[in-house]
Design a protein around this ligand. Structure first.
Ligand code: NAP
Length: 252
């Protein structure tokens, strides 16, 4: 292909939660497609992600921001990123808390909603302003199958991920005419730290795998191609879409 529409050469991407799991795999995929990376983490060690990007011939820099501390988010962003140009924002960081709804811990409820929803909106505003001024940008939110379904024992997570799908469409409606594409990826069941507890529950694990048409858990690397597509000019006329990468789960 002479002009590769999937190339991210010359682009700078900010990926949240890039130390592990899906965020790490997406950061690596974007770097392999040519983007320079800002790797946002909180507690996780970013060395492995940075080393894998360097091995692939890419460049990255680490940023430390607690996305659960919304009062400090704007200040931390200003101090560490400021007015730096960002072409691609991947709102990937997310947390989950499992507990029956009747006893659900109020503090945990707020923690999940803060990181999974409020921080996504706040960061989209911070990064989106520059994108709107330049009339170019890509925002990719990491949604979930629980943007469509209710889930079991995870009411805060489900509420947050339904909201992320809605926010994706709301921002897309406002920003599409300014050439900023806002879309989401809904990963299926992916083998990461986030899903360790259900993979270790033999009965639950069996019932999940038996429902997946692809007959296996997804790997974090299964998300990279969709992210590169939504980050690249190949998706310039795709707006407000929630792309399921789920081995066929939702089609069942
Ligand atoms: P993971 O390995 O646990 O990654 C979660 C990431 O979120 C970590 O890198 C963590 O960063 C970051 N994070 C958590 N709290 C943060 C905070 N307060 N401030 C900044 N960063 C914070 O899990 P994952 O499975 O890759 O999850 C990534 C995303 O995919 C999440 O949004 C999740 O809901 C979504 N998802 C996952 C699945 C699945 O099956 N795994 C399915 C659907 C959707 P630090 O380690 O640096 O704290």
């Amino acid at each position: 292909m002479r002009n590769n529409p999937f190339s991210l050469a010359g682009k700078k991407a900010l990926v949240t939660g890039a130390a592990s799991g899906i965020g790490q795999a997406i950061a690596l995929g974007l770097a392999e497609a040519g983007a320079e990376l800002l790797l946002l983490g909180h507690r996780g060690n970013m060395e492995e992600t940075a080393a894998r990007i360097a091995t692939a011939g890419g460049q990255s820099r680490e940023v430390r921001i607690d996305l659960g501390d919304l009062d400090q988010l704007n200040r931390q962003y200003e101090e560490q990123i400021g007015s730096e140009r960002i072409d691609i924002l991947v709102n990937n960081a997310g947390i989950i808390w499992r507990e029956p709804a009747a006893e659900y811990d109020t503090i945990k409820w707020h923690e999940v909603i803060d990181v999974n929803l409020h921080a996504v909106f706040q960061l989209s505003q911070l990064v989106g302003k520059g994108m709107l001024e330049r009339e170019q940008g890509k925002i990719i939110n990491i949604a979930s199958l629980l943007s469509f379904q209710g889930g079991i024992l995870v009411p805060a997570y489900t509420a947050s991920k339904h909201a992320v799908a809605g926010l994706t469409k709301a921002l897309a409606n406002e920003w599409a005419s300014r050439n900023v594409q806002v879309n989401a990826i809904a990963p299926g069941y992916i083998a990461t730290a986030n899903t360790k507890a259900i993979r270790e529950d033999a009965a639950r694990n069996q019932s999940i795998v038996s429902r997946i048409p692809a007959a296996r858990w997804g790997e974090a690397s299964d998300l990279a191609g969709a992210a590169v597509f939504l980050a690249s000019s190949a998706s310039d006329y795709v707006n407000g879409h929630v792309l399921a990468v789920d081995g066929g789960w939702l089609a069942r």
